[in-house]
Design a protein around this ligand. Structure first.
Ligand SMILES: [Zn+2]
Length: 205
């Protein structure tokens, strides 16, 4: 994999992106020409994937799925916010029009959004957004003693990252369009967790 240009050298980075696209077109795109010809006519993804914006999570890459499989919503902290038109639009389109069969909420290790739940900040928008996830932290802190070692702190973060996935599934189910599709057994919701240290994706129950 080509690395992007060094920080501060914007022009090199864009050159790298364009060069990468050339390699893609001459390689993978050409080899899968028939697939891309079909995809040029329309999409029929079977999964709505809600994941974190984190740059280390290349969704198609870590799941080895072809384009056209995953309809993707990524945001900070893989949140299913309540009262959010952007998110509601994604849900409505994915469920009612694309007729996805599965919805995934995927959390991950070393999540900056989860770390930020513990930080005082003068940011304006980030704390407001993270109000959608704060309950996950509160639930875990009510259950375990304050961590006294780096290992215990890491374990606490993992617990909050995973509890956040459960919390966001609860949020998801509060959207009428999701509730209806669940009642009619048209969709299933799945919680997943991606571990950056070994590349594994596991189910959260
Ligand atoms: Zn994250």
């Amino acid at each position: 994999m080509e690395s992007a240009g060094a920080p501060g050298t914007g022009i090199d980075m864009i050159d790298n992106l364009l060069e990468g696209n050339k390699k893609f077109r001459e390689g993978f795109f050409k080899e899968n020409r028939a697939v891309y010809d079909e995809l040029a006519k329309g999409q029929s993804p079977s999964v709505l994937w809600i994941g974190c914006s984190d740059s280390r999570l290349q969704t198609g890459h870590i799941t080895q799925t072809m384009p056209g499989t995953l309809f993707i919503q990524r945001n900070i902290g893989n949140v299913a916010p309540l009262h959010d038109w952007n998110f509601a639009t994604v849900l409505e389109y994915a469920i009612r029009h694309l007729k996805v069969k599965d919805i995934v909420i995927c959390g991950h290790s070393d999540c900056g959004a989860i770390k930020a739940l513990d930080k005082e900040t003068d940011d304006v928008y980030i704390p407001l957004w993270l109000n959608n996830a704060i309950e996950a932290k509160n639930r875990v802190d009510a259950k375990i003693p304050a961590p006294k070692t780096p290992e215990a702190a890491k374990e606490r973060s993992r617990m909050i990252e995973q509890e956040n996935v459960r919390l966001q599934i609860e949020h998801l189910k509060r959207y009428p369009v999701v509730k209806k599709a669940l009642d009619e057994k048209k969709i299933e919701i799945h919680g997943l967790y991606y571990n950056l240290s070994d590349g594994s994706l596991t189910t959260i129950v």
